[in-house]
Unconditional design. Structure first.
Length: 483
């Protein structure tokens, strides 16, 4: 069986070519390919890019910090990230996305190396701020890259691949830190050595990403001519034209007035209000009688548990392909139960507290599905960059505020209660989001049924009367929201 696609990303039956874009002007392109060819092309694309998405996170040890200062070393990172999101909205729209991200990852790694130098809270907090600032472009850019390169039904899996690296980094980080901590012959303190290792790996990853990650089908060095043609056709099936280097104030204004964009912002806040769970649960484990090295070993499995639930989420998205919010509700159960157990279990129940910490830290699975919704439900170069950044602005806001609630050692009751409340609130907010998206889809289906076949060929004109080549999800009436 073959699939024939008449590429119509602009609803005019033509692809446009602008400087630096992957589209063609003035011709209708037909691409015929078999499902086997498409799978091969998609697989090549996935494994040639997603393995560069691993984030490298440092582990903070003791700098003679007070409990409040320790909380602020967590918050200050996200203050830097929050500040960076505003200029990065513009920069990610104006420059080749993969090159911009590669450069920021290199600088991010250099700053991570510098984390080995501070001798006090002020110095450490300043470098943490810079680390957060340069990390600010990475996650929003990954969501954008996912939405550009892969089709809607693939977003959940591809997002899961790079979010999985958070759990993998946690497992490897704990094991590396354990190994460094066991080595008493090192000239530096273990946590300083850890930052040097992480920084060097991050710089290497940034150089690799900058050099090897293509901007579009034309410079995808790992694809042959036939596969590049198939990739362009795949992108056009979802009416995607690729990465464009322009900033549209019109799209920015549309984003600010779109309630779906603000729901995605709320997702960012709610999914991270319980982000300190793992950090402070680790302190809880340490304070119920385990050494620091034992604590590192007992914390490592939480990353593996996160990875398992991320891929359970992927499987559920395949079982319920049009019900991703339902998948979020199912995945919410695990961290919610974990937080309740952290609140109620007695300290004497050592393994109970450890397992509860593993379960409570399973936010990555929920975040992965929410990010895939953002990737699937937003169109338009500037709008996509803005909405993805809004998610991470909310993410930063949650991460800045929440550690300040985790100050009541040793059980951190207020922080755990906050985590429980935010998980419950996420059920309500995601449910409202689903209702809005479903209603809009039904409204568009009805309008198409009333308009007949000509509805699929509608043309949106720009202010000069020319067909628009960069449609948003609101302008493209053929677009349907995932919910």
């Amino acid at each position: 069986m073959t699939t024939s696609i008449d590429l119509k990303p602009t609803n005019t039956g033509k692809l446009t070519e602008e400087a630096g874009s992957d589209e063609r002007v003035g011709e209708t392109v037909e691409a015929t390919f078999t499902p086997e060819e498409e799978r091969k092309c998609s697989g090549k694309l996935t494994w040639s890019s997603c393995h560069f998405y691993a984030g490298v996170f440092g582990l903070i040890d003791d700098l003679n910090l007070t409990s409040k200062e320790y909380s602020w070393t967590s918050s200050i990172f996200y203050v830097g990230q929050l500040v960076s999101e505003y200029p990065f909205i513009y920069l990610m729209s104006r420059f080749p996305l993969t090159k911009f991200v590669g450069a920021t990852v290199v600088v991010w790694g250099i700053v991570c190396l510098c984390l080995a130098a501070p001798q006090n809270f002020a110095g450490f907090a300043a470098v943490r701020f810079l680390l957060g600032f340069f990390e600010g472009a990475v996650s929003p850019a990954f969501v954008t890259i996912t939405s550009i390169w892969w089709r809607k039904e693939e977003h959940a899996t591809r997002t899961a691949i790079w979010v999985t690296m958070n759990g993998l980094a946690q497992v490897l980080g704990c094991l590396i830190m354990y190994g460094i901590g066991k080595n008493t012959a090192l000239p530096l303190q273990p946590w300083r050595t850890m930052f040097l290792v992480c920084g060097a790996l991050t710089v290497s990853a940034g150089i690799g990403f900058f050099t090897l990650m293509p901007s579009g089908p034309k410079d995808a060095w790992f694809l042959n001519a036939r596969e590049k043609e198939i990739l362009s056709a795949r992108m056009a099936q979802d009416r995607e034209g690729g990465d464009k280097e322009s900033f549209s104030m019109e799209q920015f204004k549309e984003t600010m007035l779109d309630p779906r964009a603000w729901f995605i912002f709320m997702f960012g806040v709610l999914v991270t209000m319980q982000s300190p769970v793992l950090t402070f649960a680790t302190l809880m484990i340490n304070r119920i009688g385990y050494s620091k090295l034992q604590t590192m070993l007992f914390t490592a499995p939480s990353g593996a548990v996160q990875i398992c639930f991320i891929w359970i989420g992927v499987a559920l998205c395949k079982i319920f392909p049009k019900n991703r919010v339902l998948v979020v509700w199912i995945l919410n159960i695990t961290p919610l139960v974990g937080c309740v157990l952290l609140l109620k279990l007695p300290s004497e129940s050592r393994w109970g507290v450890i397992v509860a910490a593993w379960l409570a830290s399973c936010a990555s699975a929920v975040m992965s599905v929410l990010l895939s919704l953002s990737a699937s439900n937003i169109k338009g170069n500037t709008k996509r960059a803005t909405v993805n950044t809004m998610f991470f602005i909310g993410y930063c806001a949650g991460c800045i505020g929440s550690p300040q609630l985790w100050t009541e050692s040793p059980r951190y009751t207020n922080g755990v209660i906050t985590a429980i409340v935010t998980w419950v609130t996420l059920y309500l907010v995601s449910g409202l989001y689903r209702v809005i998206c479903t209603r809009e889809n039904k409204k568009r289906d009805l309008a198409m049924a009333e308009s007949g076949p000509q509805a699929s060929t509608h043309v949106v004109l720009d202010k000069n009367g020319m067909p628009k080549t960069d449609l948003t999800d609101i302008e493209d009436k053929m677009f349907r929201y995932s919910s």
